[in-house]
Ligand binder design. Structure first.
Ligand code: FES
Length: 199
């Protein structure tokens, strides 16, 4: 599988690339045999989150590998949230929204569908299996579907193995002797300002 990298953090002053660095089925350094898939689930509050709530209240059991993040609409899930989740250690990302035509904001789920379709292509280009990202329509009454999808997603990620991403350390700060002198407050004053040369 080819290595690809991409700057994920458009607003980050120190962009960090994300890249695939190991084959399937491996383990992270220091991880024992008890590796468990980590899944981040972005659920729309009106449908899928309510369905997950219903599954819980109905005492349905499903794989406990997902951490659910509640959004007002699947259309609010920015692709950067997905990439950030992968960057921060998720092995899979699940997005749940209202069925087409049921979005409380009319077209949010259609936007989500378009974004996820493109995002899957991007992941593939980066050398990450697109199956690690899944979009599902689950209405508020479909607690059993939450159970099914969570179990399926966990099994799929287990089959794919952990996702290894390279996280280069942020660039080291420049030595103060090259940029200015230390301020008492702990910052660095620009040299020109120290010398009174700039206003
Ligand atoms: S409100 Fe549920 S997907 Fe838009």
């Amino acid at each position: 599988m080819s290595k690809k990298s991409l700057d994920l953090t458009m607003k980050d002053p120190h962009p960090r690339p994300l890249s695939r660095s190991a084959g399937e089925g491996g383990r992270r350094p220091g991880e024992g045999p008890a590796w468990e898939p980590k899944i981040v689930a972005f659920f729309c509050t009106w449908c899928t989150y309510t369905a997950a709530d219903l599954a819980g209240m109905s005492r349905m059991t499903y794989a406990p590998n997902a951490r659910i993040v509640r959004f007002m609409c699947s259309g609010r899930v920015d692709p950067q949230f997905v990439l950030k989740a992968f960057q921060e250690g998720a092995d899979g990302v699940l997005i749940g929204g209202c069925h087409p035509g049921d979005c409380h904001y009319q077209s949010g789920n259609y936007k989500a569908l378009r974004r996820i379709t493109l995002l899957k292509r991007l992941l593939k280009e980066m050398g990450i299996e697109p199956e690690r990202l899944r979009l599902e329509w689950i209405s508020a009454s479909e607690g059993d579907r939450v159970q099914k999808v969570m179990n399926e997603m966990t099994a799929k990620i287990r089959q794919l193995g952990p996702l290894h991403v390279e996280r280069p350390s942020p660039p080291a700060p420049l030595p103060s002797s090259r940029t200015g002198e230390e301020c008492p407050q702990g910052g660095v004053r620009a040299k020109a300002e120290v010398q009174g040369g700039a206003r």
